[in-house]
Design a protein around this ligand. Structure first.
Ligand SMILES: [Zn+2]
Length: 294
């Protein structure tokens, strides 16, 4: 059985009527009685106005509860429902998922936002049970969080920081963070891996009015972080220790260290290509010309 049919029948079970049975449906669709199968005309009856509460919902051609243009037609090419707005002629009865207004009316019928005191959504938006405002998407086919209601993924350097959910039970890897919308009130906990003290390692990113607010944390930074992968023809040389940094030793580099890039060529021969050194200064890399060079 198709998901859309299951959603439609569940819609009935929780109290939804057929959209084309609304008392005001004649303003939006024309019912062609003569094309309807015998004894099936009751499928197109209108609900008496006194029995119908519309919760300020506009007529919705895209509702999962709307019949298609040939439903219950006597002949396969007969038209039983014609939309007055011709652009919806082939869209009625073809919904695959709940429409924006399907979700809106169910939220209203069940007072899902009853606990969201004093919160008002932008025009056409509605409140969900988690007090997030949902708005129609530009194409009207489904719903999105209203502008200003959520934050885009913050730009966070995942080499330096580890990003956790609010209760620190899960981390986000970089790919997981991209493209997520975080509703207002979301909290990310961001760990600065350069900090020496465990107490100050975390700062909170809180989504408020569509923007991230971050708490300050001025920890003492004792190390710089290295990218995990270098280009295959490069290696790093630690001038202070006098050693090359290998895959196994790389990681956190202590303050005061000076590194330089070396090109790797045949055998053990290296040379300094660009005469720059990278100094770790309280957690940040500072680029300098090598001493004695110009
Ligand atoms: Zn039905």
């Amino acid at each position: 059985m198709k998901i859309s049919i299951i959603l439609h029948e569940l819609g009935h079970a929780i109290g939804l009527y057929h959209e084309h049975s609304r008392p005001d449906r004649d303003e939006y669709v024309i019912v062609h009685e003569h094309n309807i199968q015998k004894n099936r005309s009751q499928e197109f009856d209108k609900i008496p106005p006194g029995q119908y509460v519309n919760y300020s919902k506009p007529y919705d051609y895209l509702s999962i509860m709307h019949y298609g243009k040939r439903f219950f037609a006597e002949h396969s090419d007969g038209l039983t429902l014609e939309t007055k707005d011709a652009s919806y002629a082939d869209l009625i009865g073809d919904a695959k998922i709940l429409s924006f207004y399907d979700v809106m009316i169910v939220n209203a019928m069940y007072n899902c936002s009853g606990n969201c005191q004093h919160k008002i959504c932008p025009e056409r938006g509605f409140l969900t049970d988690s007090c997030v405002c949902f708005c129609p998407s530009p194409k009207n086919e489904t719903w999105i969080t209203c502008p200003g209601e959520s934050c885009q993924t913050p730009v966070i350097d995942t080499i330096v920081y580890t990003v956790y959910n609010e209760d620190l039970t899960d981390t986000y890897v970089e790919e997981e963070l991209s493209g997520i919308e975080f509703p207002n009130g979301s909290v990310l906990r961001v760990e600065d891996n350069r900090c020496s003290s465990n107490v100050d390692r975390f700062r909170n990113y809180t989504c408020k009015d569509g923007r991230w607010l971050s708490s300050l944390n001025e920890c003492k930074k004792e190390v710089c972080r290295l990218p995990f992968e270098l280009e295959p023809n490069l290696t790093l040389f630690d001038l202070r220790e006098g050693t090359y940094i290998s895959d196994t030793t790389q990681g956190d580099i202590k303050n005061g260290s000076s590194l330089e890039f070396h090109c790797k060529s045949v055998g053990e021969t290296y040379y300094e290509p660009n005469r720059r050194v990278f100094e770790c200064d309280t957690g940040s890399w500072v680029v300098k010309l090598k001493q004695g060079e110009e």
